[in-house]
Design a protein around this ligand. Structure first.
Ligand SMILES: C[S@@+](CC[C@H](N)C(=O)[O-])C[C@H]1O[C@@H](n2cnc3c(N)ncnc32)[C@H](O)[C@@H]1O
Length: 295
C-alpha cells in the first residue's frame, strides 16, 4: 500500500480488504484489532489507520501467508479468561488444555485452603495462570515451572497481566518437580507435558515447523515425560492430593495403567470436548505413606 493510501484508509476499508484476502474471517478481524491496538475493531471502524499501523497489518499478513501460525502472528492468544502473549518460545495453548485446566481448577477449588498447586512445564503460563486467575485470591499458592528459561520469561510477562492474583504465583526453573524448593508439599500438580512420539507422522506439518520441539516430543512412545511425572509425583504431592495430566488421545489406556501400577487411587481418564481421551487424573491414597516435602 502507498503512503498516501495508508493516510486515507479507514479501519472499515482495511478490515474489508483483509477479510477478502483471508479465508479465516476471525483472523482478519483479530489482525486488524492487533494492528489498531484496540479490543474491538467496531469501536474504530471510521478512524483512519496510521502508516505504522498499516505496515504492522501488512507484516502480519505476510507472516500468515508464509505459513506462520495465527497465534504467533498476532502475538497473543486467548486461554479461558486470559489473553496471553505467545511467540515461538512456547507452545500455542490449545482448547483441549483449557479442559485440563478446568479439571485442575475444579479439583483445587474443592480442597480446603490454604492450597498449594503447581503447573509443571508451564510454557506461556496458560494452566498455572488460569488456576491463579480462577481460584480464590486468599489461601492459594501457585507454582509455575519450566525447564526452558525462554518459556519462563514469557510466562513471567504473562503473570504481570493477571492483576492482583499475580501475588499468589511463584516462578521456578528446572526439571519437572525438581524445579520446586525441596520442602514443597503440593495439594495438586498439573502438567501438559510433551507427549508426542518422536517419529510420529500424525502431527500437523505446521506444528512441527513452527512450535518448540521440546514442548512436543517425548521419546519413542511419547510417554517418557508422563512416566516420570507419574513416578515422581508421590514425593511431592501429599497423600489425598491430585496429579492431573494432559495426555495424547491414544494414551488413555497406557496412562491409566501407569497410574494404577504406581499405586494412585481414583484413577480416571476424561475426554476433551471432541470426546477423545485427554485428561488423566490420579489421586494419592489419603493413607499413603511417603516422604513428601523431604526431597
Ligand atoms: C506441551 S508444552 C505445554 C505448555 C503449556 N503448559 C501449555 O499447556 O500450553 C510442554 C512444556 O513442558 C516444558 N518441558 C519440557 N521438558 C521439561 C522438563 N524436563 N521439565 C520441565 N518442563 C519441561 C516445555 O518447555 C514446554 O513448555
Amino acid at each position: 500500500m502507498t503512503d498516501r493510501a495508508a493516510a486515507t484508509t479507514t479501519w472499515r476499508r482495511l478490515l474489508a480488504r483483509t477479510a477478502e484476502r483471508l479465508v479465516d474471517r476471525p483472523a482478519a478481524r483479530w489482525m486488524c484489532e492487533v494492528a489498531a491496538g484496540c479490543d474491538r475493531i467496531e469501536d474504530v471502524l471510521d478512524e483512519r489507520a496510521t502508516q505504522p499501523m498499516v505496515a504492522h497489518l501488512d507484516a502480519m499478513l505476510a507472516r500468515y501467508d508464509a505459513g506462520e501460525p495465527l497465534a504467533y502472528v498476532l502475538g497473543r492468544w486467548s486461554f479461558r479468561r486470559l489473553d496471553l502473549a505467545v511467540d515461538r518460545r512456547v507452545l500455542i495453548p490449545r482448547p483441549e488444555t483449557e479442559v485440563v485446566a478446568g479439571v485442575a481448577i475444579e479439583l483445587a477449588a474443592a480442597l480446603p485452603r490454604p492450597v498449594t498447586v503447581a503447573d509443571l512445564g508451564t510454557g506461556s503460563g496458560a494452566i498455572g495462570l488460569a488456576l491463579a486467575d480462577e481460584l480464590p485470591i486468599d489461601g492459594v499458592a501457585v507454582w509455575i515451572t519450566d525447564v526452558d528459561a525462554d518459556a519462563l520469561a514469557l510466562a513471567s510477562a504473562n503473570l504481570a497481566g493477571i492483576g492482583r492474583r499475580a501475588a499468589n504465583v511463584r516462578v521456578a526453573r528446572g526439571d519437572w518437580f525438581a524445579a520446586l524448593p525441596a520442602d514443597t508439599v503440593l495439594d495438586l500438580a498439573v502438567a501438559n507435558p510433551p507427549y508426542v512420539a518422536d517419529d510420529t507422522a500424525d502431527v500437523d506439518a505446521g506444528v512441527v515447523a513452527w512450535e518448540p520441539h521440546a514442548a512436543l516430543f517425548a521419546g519413542p512412545d511419547g510417554l517418557s515425560a508422563i512416566t516420570r511425572l507419574v513416578a515422581d509425583a508421590p514425593a511431592w504431592v501429599r497423600p489425598g492430593g491430585w496429579l492431573v495430566l494432559e495426555i495424547g488421545a491414544d494414551q488413555g489406556v497406557a496412562v491409566e495403567t501407569l497410574l494404577t501400577d504406581a499405586g494412585y487411587e481414583t484413577v480416571e481418564i476424561r475426554p476433551d470436548l471432541a470426546g477423545r481421551d485427554r485428561v488423566a487424573i490420579g489421586r494419592r491414597s489419603a493413607e499413603a505413606d511417603g516422604d513428601v516435602g523431604e526431597q
